[in-house]
Ligand binder design. Structure first.
Ligand code: CUA
Length: 371
């Protein structure tokens, strides 16, 4: 207790063992979030626009509460957090009580100072075995309890092998968006992780550039995405719903807008999503505007960065296959509809300053066609 979690994050190599428990402490800050935001974020039917800041129209940047866990690792982290908070609160009360007691009982009174020349101060103690033992042994016991409970929690929730029947998803952190690959289904998507509820999820986390950290507080502790190194994380959503999170490792200009969105669906809903993602885009477009849009997309630099199944094979930016099945754009920076999509393509820097997608300065006709 009292140790700044960020300090631990700095001294712990990688972030594998250890950070899960400390992320619990970091999550205390999430208590401060207005409950209404959390409730809206958890409503599976809520669209992003319902939790947007009314003045800017952008999604609220709040962090969902880790005190409403929806997955076994998150529930264990919450339990440990309450234990740590309880012990720290008890220490705070005892220390403050002793302080107030000393201030009140031994404060210098004018009468005492005048009569005995300042002899009103308490008896001075030099070298007391009982006192020194007490202030050594009690903190050692407290630290031992905290360390052991934390180590036990880490052992409980960290796994080196995937849970039985788990769905494996590869996560790749990019500046400033998330790539998700489902090897089981041959699906590649971006920024919105769709999963089945009540089935363990096994994430293998990588990074394409700098360190990122995948953190959805209601599902699991933090886990870093590190270039050239694979970390793993598991969780299991106990109910369908939308769980929001945030990149938790400073990774550059748009770190704060590297938002996470996990949508847990019931089995039928998940199967429908998988079928939708696997279906190829219409091969023969009959809409003249759509044909024109594809021509513009292929003629400009769009196709060099973005992969669209059956259209282009760019690998640098988010995969745009079935883009309109997603709820947000720019890694959660704005709700996705045709209007925001048009603004985004016109100039991404207005919605997400500093992001790696430039404005290609399309004219109105080109914008209309692409959107
Ligand atoms: Cu990615 Cu911070």
């Amino acid at each position: 207790p009292g140790v700044v979690p960020g300090v631990w994050a700095g001294v712990m190599p990688g972030s594998g063992p250890g950070l899960q428990a400390w992320s619990a402490i970091c999550g205390i800050a999430s208590c401060l979030l207005p409950p209404a935001t959390v409730a809206a974020a958890q409503d599976p039917d809520a669209t992003m626009s319902e939790i947007c800041d009314p003045t800017t129209g952008l999604p609220m940047p709040g962090i969902p509460s880790m005190f409403e866990p929806a997955s076994p690792p998150a529930a264990e982290i919450e339990t440990l957090t309450w234990l740590l908070l309880g012990i720290c609160a008890a220490i705070f009360v005892v220390v403050q009580a002793a302080l107030v007691h000393a201030i009140v009982k031994y404060r210098a009174t004018r009468a005492a100072s005048a009569e005995d020349g300042g002899a009103g101060e308490p008896r001075q103690v030099y070298g007391s075995n009982p006192v020194e033992l007490a202030w050594t042994v009690i903190p050692i016991v407290i630290v031992f309890v905290l360390a052991m409970t934390s180590v036990r929690l880490i052992r409980d929730i960290e796994r080196t092998t995937p849970p039985e029947n788990s769905l494996k998803v590869t996560v790749i952190g990019h500046q400033w968006w998330w790539e998700y690959r489902y090897p089981e289904f041959g699906i590649v998507t971006a920024n919105e992780l769709v999963i089945p509820a009540n089935r363990p999820i096994w994430l293998e986390l990588h990074s394409a550039d700098v360190n990122h950290s995948w953190w959805v507080p209601q599902l699991a502790g933090k886990m870093d995405c590190i270039p050239g190194h694979t970390n793993v994380l598991w969780f299991e959503a106990e109910r369908p719903g939308v769980f929001l999170g945030q990149c938790a490792e400073y990774c550059g200009t748009q770190h704060a807008n590297m938002l996470l969105r996990v949508e847990a669906r019931d089995d039928a809903g998940f199967e429908a999503w998988v079928r939708g993602q696997q279906s190829p885009p219409a091969a023969d477009l009959d809409d003249a505007e759509a044909i024109r849009g594809r021509e513009v997309f292929l003629a400009l630099a769009c196709q060099a960065c973005h992969d669209i199944a059956g259209v282009s094979e760019g690998a640098f930016g988010p995969n745009l296959t079935h883009l309109m099945s997603r709820s947000t754009i720019g890694a959660g920076v704005a709700p996705l509809d045709r209007d925001t999509l048009r603004r985004w393509i016109d100039d991404p820097q207005t919605l997400k300053p500093g992001c790696n997608m430039p404005s290609l300065e399309l004219d109105d006709a080109q914008l209309d066609a692409v959107v």
